[in-house]
Write a protein that binds this ligand. Structure first.
Ligand SMILES: *[C@@H]1O[C@H](CO)[C@@H](O)[C@H](O)[C@H]1NC(C)=O
Ligand SMILES: *[C@@H]1O[C@H](CO)[C@@H](O)[C@H](O)[C@H]1NC(C)=O
Ligand SMILES: *[C@@H]1O[C@H](CO)[C@@H](O)[C@H](O)[C@H]1NC(C)=O
Ligand SMILES: *[C@@H]1O[C@H](CO)[C@@H](O)[C@H](O)[C@H]1NC(C)=O
Ligand SMILES: *[C@@H]1O[C@H](CO)[C@@H](O)[C@H](O)[C@H]1NC(C)=O
Ligand SMILES: *[C@@H]1O[C@H](CO)[C@@H](O)[C@H](O)[C@H]1NC(C)=O
Ligand SMILES: *[C@@H]1O[C@H](CO)[C@@H](O)[C@H](O)[C@H]1NC(C)=O
Ligand SMILES: *[C@@H]1O[C@H](CO)[C@@H](O)[C@H](O)[C@H]1NC(C)=O
Ligand SMILES: *[C@@H]1O[C@H](CO)[C@@H](O)[C@H](O)[C@H]1NC(C)=O
Ligand SMILES: *[C@@H]1O[C@H](CO)[C@@H](O)[C@H](O)[C@H]1NC(C)=O
Length: 494
């Protein structure tokens, strides 16, 4: 009897510990040359207990993968459509075709509509400043009029670069919205509060570190013993996530909405493409993040808050723009083919475990395209490697990356193979003016994998062109470091 009671107590304790992450979400981007079938992805999400997912459009294939799963979904109006839905008739049509259409038994459980993706990003030079809030208002009105309004809210996922602290007082409590958009943000926040929608922000401690060698690395994580905490009104900030989040809370308070709920639309750590983008760092970051979410620790200005979080991201995406950096194609907690990269406590029960891999993945035949050892024309070689890398993903060849230790021959083979695989192993993709040959011998040199791609799914995959940038949709989640907050720590710890 006593034993049975103890058992019950343990179960209750585990359930309570897990409560903080019961709402864990993840971003599912699809900028890949080849993709797993949407149904495989739907199962991957379910198998790993994700309750929420955020996608960057309302693509029909993606939606079919989510249909019937019950997973709460945030769909999106891409940036390049914001101006168009400024027309109310167009907004109604968008809602009808992308929301109402999936409102049936076994359909998609839509909870949010994202209005653009980081539309106020400094790098966009104000392109979307005037069209975002009108789009927000029109889409919510169309949702309301179609009868979805109480269940589905429109919100605007912004980058953390919409707020900062003055250089003269670089602490979270001095947080304010950027001068050039404070009017627009105030209008937006008023509307969000009125419609019952949360503020949505993307926070990236990794970017504080990226390209900023002076940033004290322990501040990027949650477990470190940073050399000096940032002291703000008696609060010790020991990590950039808390400092960043509380800067936003202060900025909201400044415009009269200090209690507006905030969701983290994106947070995560990449595993390749930069010296700080590694599996050990990613594992350390997620371990700290998930632990505090499970404990409902909140932040100093919002202690014990249940913070709703969407991890970034689900899978590696080999066709994303590398404008933000080579790490941009390696944000997945899963590889391109749905294999988990490291243990994670996704269920918040205090026991990190390897996530469940994708089931039913079909691969192309086990063969690779490599440099023919007899090849001698090195002039042609450089040109052909450049060609392959402009149309496929060579970001792991850089210094400090998983394939950074290859010699010139290995480099060429890597480039030829990654192109050949992206092209679905068509024979003509392994020629390179006679320099290449197909082999059935796996020439991977750990930790560098020469991968075999997944068999084509029914989805229309992204085609990379010579200029990967121009093939990327305008909505590509370009991110820039919230440099100001990075500076906070550099200044204080200097
Ligand atoms: C549905 O949404 C997608 C992605 O936002 C968009 O490309 C498409 O045009 C929308 N359909 C309509 C009818 O508005
Ligand atoms: C923003 O302005 C910069 C500098 O003028 C320019 O290089 C960049 O292409 C512009 N970006 C956009 C999206 O207009
Ligand atoms: C946005 O509106 C302001 C004020 O009406 C105007 O000055 C500015 O040029 C507009 N910006 C764009 C990108 O259209
Ligand atoms: C926010 O919305 C709530 C509920 O509609 C309302 O009571 C409150 O006054 C609003 N806050 C502000 C600052 O307008
Ligand atoms: C905050 O940090 C300062 C300086 O490191 C230290 O003296 C103080 O005890 C810390 N306070 C708390 C509450 O941890
Ligand atoms: C390389 O050249 C040698 C000698 O001509 C030839 O026997 C061999 O088949 C060639 N290897 C490949 C892979 O083409
Ligand atoms: C080497 O390749 C270059 C570029 O394709 C070509 O112009 C040149 O004629 C080749 N040289 C030899 C010796 O084949
Ligand atoms: C391999 O390729 C990478 C990326 O193009 C380059 O930075 C590196 O120098 C190359 N290494 C060798 C040995 O050629
Ligand atoms: C390389 O492949 C092996 C075997 O499939 C796998 O265990 C490993 O995680 C892969 N490494 C990377 C960097 O993808
Ligand atoms: C494509 O879709 C059809 C019908 O849904 C299905 O039978 C087929 O297996 C799919 N092919 C792939 C490669 O997913």
């Amino acid at each position: 009897m006593a034993a049975a009671l103890r058992c019950v107590a343990v179960v209750v304790a585990v359930a309570a510990a897990g409560m903080g992450v019961e709402a864990l979400g993840v971003n599912w981007g699809t900028m890949a040359t080849r993709r797993l079938p949407p149904k495989v992805m739907g199962h991957l999400l379910k198998d790993n207990g994700f309750k929420k997912v955020k996608i960057f459009d309302a693509d029909e294939n993606t939606m079919m993968g989510l249909a019937g799963t019950g997973i709460e979904t945030m769909i999106a109006v891409p940036n390049d459509m914001l101006a168009a839905v400024g027309d109310y008739g167009r907004a109604q049509e968008w809602v009808k075709k992308n929301v109402t259409k999936y409102d049936f038994d076994g359909g998609v459980n839509i909870k949010f509509v994202a209005i653009g993706n980081e539309p106020f990003l400094t790098a966009y030079n104000g392109t979307y400043n005037n069209v975002t809030v009108p789009a927000l208002k029109n889409i919510q009105r169309a949702l309301n009029e179609a009868g979805h309004g109480s269940a589905i809210k429109a919100t605007v996922p912004v980058n953390a670069d919409v707020y900062d602290s003055p250089a003269s007082n670089p602490v979270p409590s001095a947080g304010k919205f950027r001068d050039d958009i404070v009017g627009i943000i105030t209008d937006m926040v008023k509307f969000l509060n009125h419609s019952g929608a949360p503020f949505s922000v993307n926070i990236y401690p990794f970017l504080s570190l990226y390209g900023n060698d002076d940033f004290p690395i322990d501040y990027a994580f949650f477990d470190g013993a940073p050399p000096k905490p940032v002291i703000d009104n008696g609060i010790n900030y020991t990590n950039v996530f808390d400092a960043n989040f509380d800067t936003l809370v202060s900025a909201l308070k400044n415009i009269g909405f200090g209690d507006l709920p905030v969701v983290i639309g994106e947070v995560g750590w990449p595993t390749d493409g930069d010296k700080h983008a590694t599996v050990p760092y990613a594992q350390r970051f997620y371990a700290g993040l998930l632990k505090r979410l499970a404990a409902r620790q909140g932040t100093p200005l919002r202690p014990h808050a249940r913070i709703e979080v969407y991890l970034f991201g689900l899978m590696d995406e080999d066709a994303k723009s590398v404008d933000p950096g080579n790490f941009e194609r390696h944000w997945g907690i899963f590889t391109f083919d749905g294999r988990p990269k490291f243990p994670l406590d996704l269920r918040g029960n205090g026991r990190p475990a390897m996530p469940a891999p994708a089931r039913g993945v079909h691969y192309l035949p086990r063969r690779w395209c490599v440099l023919n050892p007899n090849a001698t024309n090195t002039t042609a070689l450089a040109d052909n490697v450049r060609y392959a890398c402009s149309r496929a993903d060579c970001t792991v060849l850089g210094y400090g990356c998983s394939c950074g230790a290859l010699d010139a021959t290995g480099n060429a083979s890597y480039a030829f193979n990654v192109y050949y695989q992206a092209q679905g192993q068509v024979p003509s993709a392994c020629d390179f003016q006679g320099l290449a040959m197909v082999t059935d011998k796996d020439v991977s040199q750990p930790p560098c994998n020469f991968s075999v791609q997944v068999a084509e799914s029914n989805a229309t995959a992204v085609t990379m062109t010579a200029d990967a940038k121009s093939s990327a949709p305008a909505s590509v989640p370009a991110r820039v470091a919230a440099a100001v907050l990075a500076l906070v720590f550099v200044l204080v710890s200097a």
